[in-house]
Write a protein that binds this ligand. Structure first.
Ligand code: FAD
Length: 672
């Protein structure tokens, strides 16, 4: 751990940004203003600025060129007392990342303000990235962003048609563009809007802005937005009330908004990256007040030490941390688009939780603005014995209590060495037994995931065209070895993908330990490439759902955690779903279930899907599974909350809500 006596000071008036220890100004760069930053860069004398390098002066000036719509500069809020006391002598590795972080943040702008320009309005992810079948019937993945991009996938068509009975002649294409004139006007609370404007806050009523922020990515929302015209109109009705508030860039702005919302009795829905899969972002149908989507994605505020940030989409967070040699280690599959505030509000889990922990393990400090006031702890101590942990009222609160405006997260230096791996098992049961043993011996790699045979076949269908005879020959040999020589049945074998991280020596040792355990369960090492491809699949699988929707196939995944995995997996309502074990614990595991079907000829496919998920969820709960391991409850699963946490437990949560938000300003009606 590095240690130094450098002290950071907050700029006292008007308290916006921190002053780094080598800065002898009394005011922060923002309070000093653009002219000052420009003058000193051009050579004007300032006894304070002359100690800075040209790089730093340039970086300071660039803060101002960024202010139009880009993540505005941090206002330096936070637990003021703790900040002032924070020292470089703390136990944590302390790093001043503030200035460097601003460099190169420009891409956030395109994501945040031009979200609709680069992302699909009617499906998952980037507009330029999608699976499609060419006129020749060959599958390809477009764009340049992923490992699969630009590649031909020769086996996908057969897999797709064979698995779902789909036919490429039968198309159900998505509605290509949003009919803006069909979006009903917002239900404005004019005095509220006037007060917001007077406070210098920017509001958008733009129909596209509203539509984009009025739903998550659960199947029901996307179907509404994509193919099913009838339901789509109904969904537009829900957009009727919403208007969208953007350029929320600091804690004090949020405080003002919440104060005004209370004054004018307006409903607020915090919005992070919009990747929710629990209908958490949908506007409640019964709400008659103005609904405001509070887009927090501009709240970017990096600080020293532990990373201090508000709601940076991970695009900023992870990429920039990595560029500076650090990581949070929190990598949910949605990490390209989800936000830190969303992670906290949903109790998210990342695939490397074995090393870094889930979000609740990574969080050091949280600050949330509620109608009752600001809630936060007074210090950054690693543990407190002061009654129930107030962070745990915030973690998983799903936007029902307030807006998370600041989070202090642990960060770590990037691992020196990373290695993927994979193991083939003769069947799923043996794979599960191996994962259990790995958990029991507490030697799980950063990530270990087990996919069943059908997912293995799916992974195979996504193999790109091989470029050389040699690769094709090698693939054939491996297949021959596993199926003929070792006698694995291709219809039953399954695969675990592995990711090891750490220093090289330890990784190699660790790898050996895991492969040794796997061998005891009949597992055969199946190479790094298969492992790496397995992880890549997790980032493109949501795109595959959109391809299905173009050909009458709808699908969705849902997850749970349980202690008795083998018995759960055999329940009949679940046997129509394909399981994927994604996380292991001392006392159980997290399982995803994938479910898709061809809906051609069905009147109401979404309803059919909902019935299947409902039956599956009942089965999960009846067998000791949780309502959710990490996706949260939202509106989709709240009917089971009482069963999950007991009547008294639910009553406790409701009384917290009543105390914190008596007017139900955060009225998204999730969870409770
Ligand atoms: C393809 C795909 C893969 C996924 N993989 C994972 C995974 O691996 N692990 C995982 O945990 N989840 C996963 N999810 C689910 C989703 O990404 C998470 O729930 C994520 O944490 C949501 O973050 P967000 O920023 O998109 O929040 P949003 O979707 O914008 O909001 C989610 C909820 O949080 C509330 N909220 C958002 N920001 C704030 C804030 N600042 N203050 C208060 N409330 C707020 C909202 O009101 C809403 O109730 C996945 C989803 C998809 C579509």
């Amino acid at each position: 751990m590095a240690s130094t006596s450098r002290v950071f000071r907050g700029c006292v008036h008007p308290f916006r940004r921190y002053l780094t220890p080598d800065d002898t100004h009394d005011l922060c760069v923002l309070c000093l203003g653009e002219e000052h930053a420009r003058d000193v860069l051009e050579g004007a004398i300032c006894v304070h600025c002359e100690r800075f390098s040209m790089k730093k002066l340039r970086s300071r000036l660039s803060l101002f060129s960024r202010k139009e719509g880009q993540p505005s500069a941090p206002h330096g809020s936070g637990p003021a007392a703790a900040e002032a006391r924070r020292r470089m002598s703390s136990w944590c590795l302390q790093v001043d990342l503030a200035d460097e972080f601003w460099e190169g943040l420009s891409f956030s702008r395109s994501y945040i303000n031009g979200k609709q320009e680069i992302m699909k309005w009617n499906g998952w992810g980037y507009s330029d990235s999608r699976f499609l079948f060419t006129k020749k019937g060959q599958a390809e993945f477009t764009g340049k962003r992923y490992r699969l991009s630009g590649l031909i996938l020769p086996s996908l068509k057969d897999w797709f048609e064979g698995t779902f009975g789909a036919n490429l002649q039968h198309r159900s294409p998505a509605t290509p563009s949003l009919n803006l004139s069909a979006v009903a006007p917002p239900n404005l609370n004019q005095p509220f809007v006037e007060d917001l404007k007077a406070a210098g806050l920017v509001v958008s009523h733009d129909p596209e802005d509203r539509v984009f922020r009025a739903h998550g990515t659960e199947l029901t929302s996307l179907c509404l937005a994509e193919s099913f015209q009838k339901i789509f109109w109904f969904h537009l009705f829900m957009f009727y009330f919403i208007f969208h508030l953007w350029e929320i860039c600091c804690h004090s702005d949020v405080e003002k908004i919440v104060e005004l919302a209370c004054k004018h009795n307006v409903c607020l829905i915090p919005y992070g990256g919009g990747t929710s899969v629990s209908s958490a972002l949908e506007c409640p149908r019964e709400e008659t007040r103005s609904i405001v989507s509070l887009d927090t994605s501009q709240m970017v505020n990096f600080f020293f030490s532990i990373l201090w940030t508000s709601m940076a989409t991970d695009n900023c967070l992870i990429t920039h941390l990595n560029e500076h040699g650090y990581c949070t280690g929190h990598e949910p599959d949605s990490m390209e688009f989800s936000s830190l505030g969303g992670w906290v509000a949903t109790r998210a889990s990342g695939m490397k939780k074995n090393i870094y922990g889930n979000i609740e393990d990574l969080v050091v400090h949280i600050k949330m603005v509620t109608p009752r006031g600001v809630i936060e702890k007074s210090c950054l101590g690693p543990r407190m014995s002061t009654g129930p942990d107030i962070h745990h009222f915030i973690l998983g609160s799903e936007g029902t209590l307030g807006v998370v405006t600041e989070v202090t997260l642990k960060i770590r230096p990037l691992p020196e060495y990373q290695k993927y791996g994979s193991v083939v098992f003769p069947n799923f049961q043996q794979g599960v037994a191996c994962l259990r043993e790995v958990a029991r011996q507490r030697c799980a790699p950063a990530s270990i995931r087990l996919m069943d045979n059908e997912q293995f076949q799916f992974g195979h269908a996504l193999k790109p065209q091989v470029s050389s005879m040699f690769t094709s020959f090698l693939d054939g040999l491996k297949k021959f070895y596993i199926t003929k020589f070792k006698g694995f049945d291709p219809q039953h074998l399954c695969v675990a993908t592995l990711l090891f991280e750490g220093d090289r020596g330890k990784v190699l040792q660790h790898e050996k330990q895991v492969y040794d355990i796997a061998a005891k369960f009949g597992g055969l090492a199946a190479g790094e490439d298969n492992g790496q491809r397995g992880y890549m699949l997790t980032f493109v699988i949501a795109y595959l759902r959109d391809l299905g929707m173009d050909y009458y196939v709808i699908g969705e995944s849902f997850e749970t955690s349980c202690d008795a995995l083998p018995s759960l997996l055999h329940r009949c309502a679940l046997s129509v779903c394909r399981p994927l074990v994604t996380q292991t614990y001392d006392a159980g595991a997290c399982v995803y279930f994938y479910f898709a079907f061809n809906y051609r000829g069905l009147n109401d496919p979404v309803h059919v899907y909902e019935q299947v998920e409902h039956a599956a969820r009942e089965e999960i709960l009846a067998n000791g599974g949780s309502l959710s391991h990490h996706h949260g409850v939202g509106k989709l699963r709240k009917e089971w909350m009482k069963e999950s946490v007991s009547g008294v437990g639910l009553g406790m949560l409701k009384s917290v809500k009543e105390y914190v938000d008596p007017q139900n300003i955060f009225g998204n009606r999730n969870l409770l």
